[in-house]
Ligand binder design. Structure first.
Ligand SMILES: [Mg+2]
Length: 377
């Protein structure tokens, strides 16, 4: 099964209403898929996290290294791509580009062997995953607390038992938001906060100490990801479990944060950390360092399917009768192509998602939808 072509697909939608995290304003949804074609007619799909247009450029640069290779040689291909781009590309867009290619190769491998990816990766610990709703971004046109409470109440009505809101909009607003959300959802819904590194260490310590009374499951990306020492200090100076990792790419990036004891919960994204090949190695690192692994997920149903296969193979730690399953991050923000591009849209029922069990990723692309959501010149 030799690779004959690699195609990139941009997907774009201008948002009717922008939304904000601590540092960014989303005016559009723009994601990027990788398609790898083989000489036996099989096609694999992957997705890259991060700046879609940069991913397109890097995947195009990597394409000559892929043509003519056996698509089943996933590890040798990973090592060749990484090694050829290593000098300027140890994290960031090089790794997000490799991730999309790697996921497409696993999709091809699954189709070749007629098995779901989780089976090829050693087998699933679970095929039904509890999901949490990711939302609670800021609508700049509305009152923060009121709009947030309206939104998250809807997630609880949908059956989600866990949800994550964005903070990083100023200490007073954030505390008022967290308090209002906890009062609205009651004591039995798991609640997480994500600052998207919108705070410095001092303010993050204050927020963590005040927010603890509202039973917060984790405090995500409190400070900038370069500040590993601040992560470590934050864990010692406030009571909330600290989470992070969506920008720490590759086994080396993740391992540095784990060695420095930065987080209680490590959050690699399979579309950023280096694909499923690297994600499997992160499972080993988390195991060695005894840190909980709860993957980050952000993208279309291709990214979600890859994330579900990753979730399926994360061992319970510790192994116990009532072992917890990491919750799957289910982005609830507006994205009209997220599930429209596949024949088997990924949905939840009462907050539970089934891992696709068809060959490869287990999802089938609808090409007309790729054309429909392609960026207009
Ligand atoms: Mg996050």
């Amino acid at each position: 099964m030799l690779i004959t072509a690699v195609h990139t697909h941009l997907l774009h939608h201008d948002l009717e209403k922008p939304f904000q995290s601590a540092f960014s304003t989303f005016h559009s949804r723009r994601h990027m898929l990788v398609e790898i074609v083989c000489d036996n007619g099989l096609i694999g799909w992957g997705e890259c996290l991060g700046p879609a247009d940069i991913n397109v450029a890097i995947v195009k640069m990597m394409t000559p290294l892929l043509i003519g290779k056996s698509a089943l040689d996933i590890e040798p291909i990973w090592n060749e791509l990484y090694s050829q781009f290593r000098d300027q590309g140890q994290r960031g867009a090089t790794l997000t580009a490799i991730s999309g290619i790697d996921i497409a190769l696993w999709d091809l491998s699954g189709k070749f062997y007629d098995q779901p990816i989780y089976q090829l990766l050693g087998g699933a610990y679970r095929t039904q995953i509890p999901a949490y709703a990711t939302g609670g971004f800021r609508d700049p046109s509305r009152d923060r607390v009121q709009s947030l409470v309206e939104e998250i109440t809807g997630y609880v009505e949908q059956g989600f038992k866990a949800l994550k809101i964005k903070i990083g909009f100023g200490m007073a607003t954030d505390i008022a938001s967290i308090k209002a959300v906890r009062e609205a959802i009651g004591p039995n819904i798991m609640l997480m906060i994500d600052a998207n590194h919108g705070y410095d260490l001092s303010d993050a310590i204050k927020i963590g100490n005040i927010a603890a009374q509202y039973d917060i499951e984790w405090f995500e990306e409190p400070v900038v990801p370069e500040a590993l020492n601040n992560y470590r200090e934050l864990r010692n100076r406030q009571p909330l479990p600290v989470a992070g990792g969506e920008t720490w790419h590759s086994r080396w990036g993740i391992n540095e944060a784990l060695k420095q004891q930065c987080v209680d919960i490590i959050q690699p994204d399979v579309c950023g950390v280096g694909g499923l090949t690297e994600a499997r190695k992160i499972i080993t690192l988390a195991d060695i360092h005894h840190v909980r692994l709860v993957p980050h997920v952000w993208g279309t149903n291709i990214a979600m399917a890859a994330g579900l296969h990753f979730h399926a193979i994360i061992p319970p730690a510790p192994n116990a009768h009532e072992a917890r399953s990491a919750h799957f991050e289910f982005d609830q923000t507006h994205n009209p192509f997220r599930s429209a591009i596949v024949e088997e849209p990924i949905t939840h029922h009462q907050g539970i998602i089934k891992v696709p069990n068809g060959p490869g990723l287990g999802v089938t692309i609808i090409r007309e939808k790729l054309a429909e959501f392609a960026p207009k010149p």
